[in-house]
Ligand binder design. Structure first.
Ligand code: ADP
Ligand code: ZN
Length: 723
């Protein structure tokens, strides 16, 4: 009598497969196993056969044996249910979702040590610019050759060359050292009455050990973090694990520090910047239950927590929680589902909750806890709009006289300023003055962006870079290239020309590429070594700099183009967030918003601070349009390197569109980003009423079609990007 097991192998092209469990091997649903597939060996997870139908039933006599069971706990039922739900809702292969749970291959191996590489301090005789860059960026960090290469933005070969030259050496590291346990009573704050009331509600939800979603809604600086830390403490005391999701890795470093101040040690960090050995250590500690508190980017959501007692999604309105490739999931929504399956509360913290979230509160599905004012003496900043038509900047400049004057006064008072412009690089477009040639990415429908710091033109969609040429490639004239429009680097130049004595920092993903660089920036800000920060959305949230009193929004209209259904909401959130950086200490803050349309509803709402009126109007507009949360969208993106194939498949899908009551299909049309990474793209947009099971309709619709292997069809349920 052989026993069979249904296994989800980590290959998204395959459905579940059946194997024989050899004599002496014990498996159960969730067991992580090694299975043969042709000549290869694949990792897989044993699943309940009734929940994962197999397409081809194989007779007992044709089954192959499972090879091994990994030395790791089985994935628990709540996580298996989450995998099924995510695959179902986002129309993704279950294997692609399971892969996120098993996101450390090293965690499944037996070895307890790893070989890593680190700098020796020896400077090689031949120091090429690449080698110098590598050594500078690596500093005192260590990791696999591949990891160091990625960190330094050089090829593996450069790192290997440095090993040969004696500048980098191999070292053996132990990887399963235990994590320290956070102490819930290390340094609890004295909470204000409002904070205490909010914390009590959250702690009660933790104590109830049951599913509940709570919106923690409080203005920036109201102490949301301190308040949800009380719930974290309650979960630690109850012996349960906590997951805190942050929207960006850049926020991890300041969070770790705050956590350390409150709980006496750092939590377990999980993000894409971890080395293989760190991933293994974190994964195993999470699976064993030893990791009490994990903080991470959205990928931490699928980790195999042993006994989750609380999930917190910080800055829950952030659209970066939406994953835009692979499985197109929204981490905020999946976090709520994980809470449901685990039977634990999920807290969504935000100063500017998404309309979708507020709607759930209105329906009574989510509870709401409010923190009405800033903590302590800090007041909300004053906000003024600057009409760029009435008060234009000087020719060739981007800052209007009123903002320049405010910068000068802030500088004179010895306080810090922040200029926000959500555009990396020097200029978003470069063209030839003589012939009008514009520099476009060869792989994308996008302009090349000039970066003066690195003297390159870069595509922000695919990463393609070119040196800035001296000759125009079109008309061959020399030195005729002009930069059009501002990026942060250009604003920094303008500020430097206006205030030569000011110490300026440009903060973007180009300058803050690692948590260590973020920590460096925070330290310099706190030490008062920076007067003026010019930054992208990377500086809009999370940071707390008491001496920062002025915020200037260089171009408030930027996010409003593009016809995206959430454009106004996102602009409101982003500017409220960045405004929230001003005046967080005892000194009052001032915010100036440069705009061409000061009369626009969103600008009015920002200036008057009347969030309710703005939300009410936006919500009504969404309702009229049948847009989320009142209706639903799904995008079908058809792409191929071969344009006719992409177009043909898109048309085929369009022709086959089912006629369903309450559902409309638009397109196919070329996507706004008609080419991306060398692939031609067409989009269809499905618009349906809320109650319709769009996933089911799309599954049947696409499932009945076939297309060439050259074509990729991706479905984006609840899309956030309309590119
Ligand atoms: P939010 O997350 O709502 O923006 P924070 O939790 O970052 O607010 O709080 C803003 C600042 O006020 C932080 O420096 C925080 O440490 C401080 N703070 C808030 N509440 C308290 C408290 N009860 N006791 C001491 N400091 C507090
Ligand atoms: Zn490109």
């Amino acid at each position: 009598m052989s026993s069979r097991a249904r296994v989800l192998v980590l290959n998204s092209a395959l459905g579940p497969l059946d194997y024989r469990v050899p004599h002496g091997m014990a498996v159960e649903p969730g067991s992580i196993v090694v299975a043969p597939l042709g000549p290869r060996q694949l990792t897989g997870v044993v699943w309940e056969a009734e929940r994962m139908p197999s397409e081809a039933e194989v007779g007992d006599n044709r089954l192959r044996n499972l090879l091994a069971v990994a030395d790791a706990p089985p994935l628990r039922a709540p996580l298996r249910r989450l995998v099924e739900w995510t695959a179902d809702y986002y129309l993704a292969p279950p294997a692609a979702v399971v892969r996120m749970a098993l996101s450390s291959s090293a965690a499944l191996e037996g070895s307890r040590t790893a070989i890593e590489y680190r700098a020796t301090g020896h400077v090689p005789d031949r120091l090429t610019p690449q080698r110098a860059q590598a050594l500078e960026r690596i500093g005192d960090r260590q990791g696999l050759i591949r990891e160091l290469a990625a960190l330094a933005d050089v090829s593996d070969g450069v790192i290997r060359g440095l090993v040969k030259a004696g500048a980098i050496e191999a070292t053996e590291v132990a990887i399963d050292t235990p994590y320290p346990a956070p102490d819930p009573d290390h340094a609890p704050p004295v909470l204000s009455d409002d904070q205490r009331a909010a914390a009590t509600t959250l702690c009660e939800a933790v104590a109830a050990e049951s599913f509940r979603t709570i919106l923690l809604d409080g203005v920036t600086g109201s102490g949301k973090t301190e308040v949800y830390f009380e719930a974290v403490a309650a979960a630690i005391r109850a012996g349960r694990q906590v997951l805190v999701l942050l929207p960006e890795i850049a926020l991890t470093e300041p969070f770790l520090k705050r956590f350390h101040d409150r709980f006496g040690c750092e939590p377990v960090a999980w993000h894409s910047g971890l080395r293989a050995a760190q991933r293994r250590r974190a994964w195993r500690a999470i699976a064993s239950g030893e990791a009490r508190v994990t903080v991470g980017a959205r990928s931490a959501l699928f980790l195999p927590y042993a006994q989750l007692g609380l999930i917190v999604v910080d800055e829950a309105h952030e659209t970066s929680f939406k994953q835009e490739d692979g499985v197109h999931y929204h981490a905020r929504d999946v976090a709520v589902m994980r809470g449901l399956f685990e039977g634990c509360p999920t807290i969504l913290a935000s100063a500017t909750p998404a309309i979708e979230t507020r709607h759930q509160v209105a329906l009574g599905n989510y509870a709401e806890v409010r923190l009405p004012g800033r903590f302590g003496p800090a007041e909300l900043p004053t906000i003024e709009a600057i009409d760029l038509i009435a008060e234009p900047p000087e020719r060739g400049r981007w800052l209007s006289p009123r903002l320049v004057a405010a910068l000068g006064e802030t500088l004179a008072r010895g306080e810090q300023s922040l200029l926000f412009l959500n555009r990396r690089g020097y200029a978003p477009l470069t063209l030839c003055r003589t012939c009008g040639h514009r520099f476009q990415c060869p792989h994308c429908t996008a302009w090349m962006v000039e970066h003066r710091l690195t003297r390159r033109l870069a595509c922000h969609h695919c990463g393609h870079v070119e040196p800035v040429p001296r000759l125009c490639p079109e008309c061959r004239n020399e030195d005729t290239l002009v930069a059009c429009g501002p990026g942060v680097e250009r604003i920094a130049d303008e500020v430097a020309a206006l205030f030569p004595e000011a110490r300026i920092a440009v903060v973007t993903s180009d300058t803050i590429w690692s948590p260590a660089r973020a920590a460096e920036f925070v330290a310099r800000m706190e030490a008062g070594a920076i007067d003026i920060v010019v930054g992208t959305q990377l500086v809009t949230k999370g940071y707390h700099f008491p001496n920062l009193t002025l915020v200037g929004v260089v171009d408030a209209d930027l996010g409003l183009d593009g016809g995206d259904l959430r454009a106004a909401e996102r602009t409101f959130q982003q500017i409220r967030q960045v405004s929230g950086r001003a005046g967080r200490g005892e000194k009052p803050g001032h915010v100036f918003i440069q705009t061409h349309s000061p009369g626009a509803q969103v600008m009015q709402a920002l200036v008057t601070g009347d969030a309710e009126a703005f939300y009410a109007a936006e919500t009504e507009a969404r309702q009229d349009a049948g847009a989320p949360p009142f209706g639903r969208y799904a995008a079908i993106i058809v792409s191929s390197e071969d344009q006719p194939s992409a177009l043909e498949t898109a048309r085929q899908i369009g022709r086959a569109a089912p006629r369903v009551d309450g559902m409309e299909v638009y397109g196919p049309a070329p996507a706004p980003l008609a080419m991306l990474r060398g692939r031609h793209r067409y989009r269809l947009l499905v618009h349906a009423r809320r109650a319709l099971d769009v996933q089911d309709v799309i599954r049947d619709w696409l499932g009945a079609l076939e297309w060439s292997a050259k074509v990729r069809v991706a479905v984006d349920v609840d899309p956030y990007s309309f590119l």
